[in-house]
Design a protein around this ligand. Structure first.
Ligand code: UD1
Ligand code: MG
Length: 419
């Protein structure tokens, strides 16, 4: 977006998190909070992104790309001070400035687009995002006069009793005319209670000067959530998880019980696959069409599952490939396993992939039948259409030839199947 630059505020200590880790690096559905905000701003295609960092800035900087200019706030003197220290980067800049807090992972990009649109249309000096929420406690309240026009944002700790009842809150996303922002910023006085400079005080200053301030309402109040405590973090997690699941459902995946299903946003799942309750699907997992996954199943990273596969209860699959039409229906573990097509894995089968130092691969070829309770010690190859008898242990490197039937501990050849 031309003539628009963004500032993301993320220097705060996040004291309320009670954590050694910077607040904005805490993950929501496996992705750091700050990354959500950054993704939105990047997708908007703004001219440039500035990020204000302070507390543990190096840790946060590590996850940022080169396109973000980091500005360090040495003393954490509040949100207005955080913006002020970027002033030098905006000399002679005539465009708009979008400011976001780094701790609001649930914002929708569309909402921000609407905000910017309204800001441009109304030619206001500032348009900020508001939301009407059931529990406004902790947020800045939007104070309006009888005509409904905004007069101020009042921070929670400064709000009078009747102002505390206001349910319309400041989300912490603002679009400013750059020149007006940096001029009026200088006029903000320190808040006597918190001993900080509040960016939100700029609204009253603009109104006092007769300048136009507008608001845009976020339709979904959940978007407003700013993560300040671990209680907020859990709330953000559950909202985001629901959003991710909804996307899968709208793309043709049946999720029997969203309450107990956890799917990573980056996973890919084909049409008409059903995910049964209590299932966890992690990042970099691909599952094909018409599969039945779960209940009580964990599909771990770097796993590929073909079409028409059943992975049943109490099964863990990690860094593995499972070909079309395989059955892995009852409790067991497949780690670093490469399964061909139409493989049947009996109940309780374990690939013993770790020798204490290294992980090894177990290859199980097309049409193999692995009897219940077989232990397959990797590295190992089970041949095409081979059979392992129930309860056998196949030692590492003792490959089972195509069509062989093995049984016992250690497993021995007892027969050959007809081709
Ligand atoms: C802020 C807003 C409040 C709004 C809420 C929305 C102010 C004064 N208040 O309150 O109106 O309802 O967000 O979530 O702005 N930060 C810095 N440097 C500082 C202080 C903060 O960079 O010196 C950053 C923080 O890292 C954070 C953001 O600014 O990402 C907001 O700070 P936070 O302390 O979370 O403000 P809230 O109390 O949530
Ligand atoms: Mg906050």
């Amino acid at each position: 977006m031309s003539n628009l630059r963004a500032i993301i505020l993320a220097a705060g200590k996040g004291i309320r998190m009670q954590s050694d880790r910077p607040k904005v690096l805490h993950p929501v559905c496996s992705k750091p909070i700050i990354q959500y905000v950054l993704d939105i701003v990047q997708d908007l295609g703004v001219q440039h992104i500035y990020m204000v960092l302070g507390h543990k800035s190096r840790e946060i900087r590590n996850i940022l790309g080169k396109e973000v200019t980091v500005v360090i706030q040495k003393k954490l003197l509040g949100t207005a001070d955080a913006v002020k220290i970027t002033t030098a980067h905006f000399r002679n800049y005539q465009g708009n400035v979008l400011i976001l807090c780094g701790d609001t992972p649930l914002l929708n990009q569309e909402t921000i687009r609407e905000l910017i649109k309204k800001h441009k249309k109304t030619k206001a000096v500032c348009t900020f995002l508001t939301a009407v929420v059931g529990t406004p406690k902790g947020y800045g309240r939007v104070v309006r006069d009888e005509s409904g026009a905004v007069t101020a944002i009042r921070e929670d700790r400064d709000a009078k009793a009747e102002e505390k009842n206001i349910q319309e809150i400041n989300v912490g996303v603002y679009c400013f005319k750059g020149s007006d922002l940096f001029t009026s910023l200088q006029e903000i006085k320190i808040n006597p209670r918190k001993k900080e400079y509040y960016l939100t005080d700029i609204i009253q200053i603009f109104i006092g000067k007769g300048l136009r301030v507008e608001t845009a309402l976020a339709e979904d109040p959940q978007e407003a959530l700013g993560v300040n405590t671990r209680v907020d973090l859990a709330l953000a997690e559950s909202v985001m998880r629901r959003r991710i699941l909804k996307d899968f459902m709208l793309n043709g995946v049946t999720i029997m019980d969203p309450e107990t299903t956890y799917i990573h946003a980056d996973a890919k799942i084909g049409r008409d696959t059903t995910i049964r309750p209590f299932t966890v699907i992690e990042n970099n997992v691909r599952i094909g069409n018409r599969c039945l996954i779960g209940p009580f199943c964990r599909i771990r990273p770097d796993t590929r599952i073909g079409n028409n596969v059943e992975v049943g209860n109490f099964t863990e699959v990690s860094r593995s490939r499972v070909g079309d039409h395989c059955f892995v229906k009852h409790f067991g573990f497949l780690g670093d396993a490469l399964l061909g097509k139409r493989v049947n894995i009996g109940a309780g089968v374990v690939t013993a992939n770790f020798d204490g130092k290294k992980k090894h691969v177990t290859e199980i070829s097309d049409d193999a039948f692995i009897g219940s309770d077989s232990i397959l010690v990797a590295p190992l190859r089970i041949g095409r259409a081979a059979v392992t008898g129930a309860g056998c242990v196949v030692p590492g490197k003792r490959n089972v030839p195509d069509y062989a039937v093995v049984a016992g501990v250690p497993a021995r050849l007892i027969a050959r199947r007809k081709k």
